[in-house]
Design a protein around this ligand. Sequence first.
Ligand SMILES: *Cc1c(COP(=O)(O)O)cnc(C)c1O
Length: 410
Amino acid sequence: MPRLLERLQDEITALDAQSLRRRRQIAETACAPEQSLTLAGAAAQRTMLGFSSNDYLGLAAHPALAAALAEGAARYGTGSGGSHLILGHSRAHAELEERLAGWMAPFIPEAQSLFFCTGYMANLAVLSALGGAEAVIFSESLNHASLIDGARLAKARVERYPHCDVVALDAQLGACDAPVKLIVSDAVFSMDGNIAPVAELLALAERHDAWLVLDDAHGFGVLGATGRGVLQAMGLRSERLVLIGTLGKAAGVSGAFVAAHRTVIDYLVQRARPYIFTTAAPPAIAHALLASLTLIEGEEGHMRRVRLKARIAQLRRGLEAILPPDGSAWLPDSPTAIQPLIVGDNARAMRTMAQLDARGLRVGAIRPPTVPAGTARLRITLSASHSEDDVARLLDALGEALAQAWKEAA
Ligand SMILES: *Cc1c(COP(=O)(O)O)cnc(C)c1O
């Protein structure tokens, strides 16, 4: 084997030895709570009940969206044919951007929006374009990897601030005399499910003349009276806001958007390389997303948000009743579809996951370095398409696993 291949293989073998090697499973059926999966190395498919998708409203396999995607493909074909600035910007993309701008207009004066192929690219674009050499980026310490990578791509200096610590951030901003400051935070934290103190962050942005860049990947579609996300839920309004929403999670399709004052959007079109130098997503995707927005803001979206809330309440009530009395597993405060059950050490997280697996249930086990040492967890995510029985099955299995672990420890 050539030396170059050997080096790679050595690293993979080391990951394997630490049980950190990642493997993919193959989904044989559409995204839904019950899904037929082929696991890595397994010969047969298994039907599993899953609690780890980001399909919070259960729209990823909605027949109306599949029909809209087919209609979009019939009208526009499959490929966009080019980048947005050359000839790939279709009527469907333009309509989607207009709809989203309208959605955000109550919260961002003179709002416009810009559609991206993925949220990852939208975050690279915003941070690299607004974070020029004269800027300083203030980055929340639990930010998503795509924001961290965006900050790396930016020429700006990067300062991290402690999780949700607005007092520390205030001091850091006060000590900085850069002409451009960006406060950058997830709106809903991906591993904990808690919501950032966005009103306080906006007040700091006003006081220190900074931008507030919010990544609403887990809030868009879910939070707010009509699903417009964290800004609607909190009733905020400012031209300092730069909001990124992703469209492959609750919206059930693919892509992302940035909403901001029209000058910011125009600047991104001129300067954001992850926007300029890539082929526009298929127009059919934008066409399907228009149908998704109609569902999200309508009666169906409302009913799905109500159902999701009921499942969240059911899970939290049920978990609180089965938490071990020694405090060795706990449930942080989270009002969202992301519900982490923290069990402490890695081995226990893996063991609990295996116990659930044996009963046909799939929950992600998240370990350091993704989360701080000693806070390995089962990251449970709920969807409006989970039934009351689905959640009851999970609670039943978790109750047994937690009781057994507690007995063994005692
Ligand atoms: C998923 C996610 C992204 C990336 O969005 P994609 O559209 O999947 O690329 C960005 N930020 C956060 C917080 C996310 O959870």
